[in-house]
Design a protein around this ligand. Structure first.
Ligand SMILES: Cc1cc2nc3c(=O)[nH]c(=O)nc-3n(C[C@H](O)[C@H](O)[C@H](O)COP(=O)(O)OP(=O)(O)OC[C@H]3O[C@@H](n4cnc5c(N)ncnc54)[C@H](O)[C@@H]3O)c2cc1C
Length: 315
């Protein structure tokens, strides 16, 4: 394989151009740091039409959010953006100073940097229901703070599997709509019978049959179809997906993970591996929000700049 080594040694390589990576780039650009931002443009919220809850940007389309961010980053000459997928990262140590080599899939380019920020986010693994992905992000969501307002007072389905937080999830959604049907989809969703009784006393119907698929148009749920042939009218709902890291770079570099699966960082985004920082959903896991990811990007960028400045200052 012919590798194309990019000559520049960047101060920081950011993998992932969601709100975390973008805001990290903004702060580092303003700190006059030489940065490469590598992003393969497959963000977690690509399936949604609108994003909510980010003050001044409430209701914005995810694509428009990125376009505005790229325009702002364009003001800073030390920032470079490339639409690339990073396929591997190697850490080198020379005189106790770390450096990184990042290999991308397109053109087999090799980028080199003194530090790196993992901002690759999460992926949602949905329950195994035939056409669920046609509805996810359109009328079926995972986060009531993001999309509950648009579904307020509608007849909703709440799909929970065997997650420990299932009961809590239903209670929270009850805040937006009292017309709830809970589907356990054949899983052991409740920890005890008391939880079921509490829900039933609130008028919440619990259906334990397995869901076959959904009926509806343009991603808007109209009916839930069960494997036994029964159908139930609904106008939308919530589901608890399984959350997995979108990349394994943290694992490969030896970063510590918390019990929820997030990369452990300090308040400046530093991981336990020198020179490696993490930001956004990849470290936060929950609550996963655009504005929190962006803020985490700021923390990590400040950490990178602080550590590099100190190193340069002290020689
Ligand atoms: C259906 C849905 C609706 C949502 N609605 C809202 C909402 O209304 N409001 C809200 O605040 N939050 C919402 N969220 C949550 C929000 O999308 C996340 O919290 C946020 O995107 C996290 O930002 P991030 O930068 O950490 O990760 P992401 O936005 O996922 O960005 C990660 C980036 O890393 C890139 N990447 C990954 N691996 C590689 C690689 N190997 N090489 C190069 N690039 C890579 C990806 O392409 C992506 O661009 C929603 C999420 C979902 C799933």
């Amino acid at each position: 394989m012919q590798l194309y080594r990019i000559d520049t040694l960047f101060d920081c390589a950011i993998i992932g151009g969601g709100p975390a990576g973008l805001n990290a780039a903004l702060i580092l650009g303003r700190a006059r740091r030489n940065v490469i931002l590598l992003d393969n443009d497959t963000p977690r919220n690509a399936v949604t039409q609108e994003s909510h809850g980010f003050i001044t940007r409430d209701g914005i389309k995810p694509k428009e959010f990125r376009e505005i961010a790229h325009k702002e980053l364009g003001r800073y000459p030390s920032l470079r953006y490339e639409k690339r997928e990073v396929v591997s990262v190697i850490k080198n140590n020379k005189n106790d100073k770390p450096s990184f080599e990042l290999l991308t899939s397109e053109n087999d380019e090799l980028y080199q940097s003194k530090t790196m920020i993992i901002a690759t986010g999460l992926k949602d693994v949905l329950p195994n229901i035939e056409n669920i992905s046609d509805y996810y992000g359109k009328s079926l969501f995972h986060c009531p703070y993001c999309d509950g307002y648009e579904l307020r007072d509608k007849p909703l389905v709440v799909i929970i599997g065997e997650q420990v937080q299932g009961f809590h999830f239903i209670q929270i959604i009850y805040n937006w709509s009292k017309d709830l049907v809970v589907c356990t989809n054949n899983g052991e969703a409740f920890q005890n019978s008391k939880q079921k009784t509490l829900l039933e006393n609130k008028g919440i119907k619990i259906i334990e049959n397995k869901i076959k698929n959904f009926e509806g148009k343009n991603g808007q749920i109209e009916k839930i179809v069960f494997e036994n042939g029964e159908k139930f009218l609904r106008k939308g709902g919530f589901v608890m997906p399984q959350l997995i890291q979108a990349s394994d770079f943290g694992k490969e570099l030896g970063c510590q993970y918390n019990p929820l699966g997030g990369i452990v960082v300090d308040s400046y985004g530093r991981t336990n591996i020198q020179g490696v920082y993490a930001a956004g959903d990849a470290s936060v896991i929950a609550p996963a929000k655009l504005i929190i990811a962006a803020a985490e990007g700021v923390r990590a960028a400040a950490g990178v700049n602080m550590d590099l400045t100190q190193e340069e200052f002290l020689g």
